[in-house]
Write a new protein. Sequence first.
Lengths: 113, 115
Amino acid sequence: DSGVTQTPKHLITATGQRVTLRCSPRSGDLSVYWYQQSLDQGLQFLIHYYNGEERAKGNILERFSAQQFPDLHSELNLSSLELGDSALYFCASSVGTNHDTQYFGPGTRLTVL
Amino acid sequence: DQQVKQNSPSLSVQEGRISILNCDYTNSMFDYFLWYKKYPAEGPTFLISISSIKDKNEDGRFTVFLNKSAKHLSLHIVPSQPGDSAVYFCAALRSYGGSQGNLIFGKGTKLSVKP
């Protein structure tokens, strides 16, 4: 158990809908990272928050957004969902930035029908 | 353009033998490299890392070698055990600049260790 929790575990929804994925980092960790794992693309970095502030964006679509709240939990919002958004979404947390070890949650499997 | 490449999608090894997983990268700005292990239905688990100022790091049965001039790293598992069967991801990052800390992953190598 990494100490990072993600909810829900599974999510099935329809095209055009909007969903919210939630992540609670390990106690004491200030950084939260979101990654997407799809079949053909592997694990791709989406976005990084540190202590409530956005630090970096990767391959995140404009339809996706995220935020980190004062209690340090984070939410990833996915809107106008398309079939291609079906993937595993992982959240990871670390103490700080740089090369602090990132601990991954179990992931949320999103299926868009 | 893939910056971190794991060219072998799968590897099968006999229990007790050495497993060697390879990884190549293209971005010379990467200065920290990691290996993660992933079991089905779980998130990736950190295994071992190496800074670009070193060429070898060892932790028990796991050793990572870095060849900066070749932009190549490898993970050696000796001896391999059936419980090592998993997908292994190579990852790299820059510890400075705007994208610091963001892991760039390879697509993974599925290791099967046969009893």
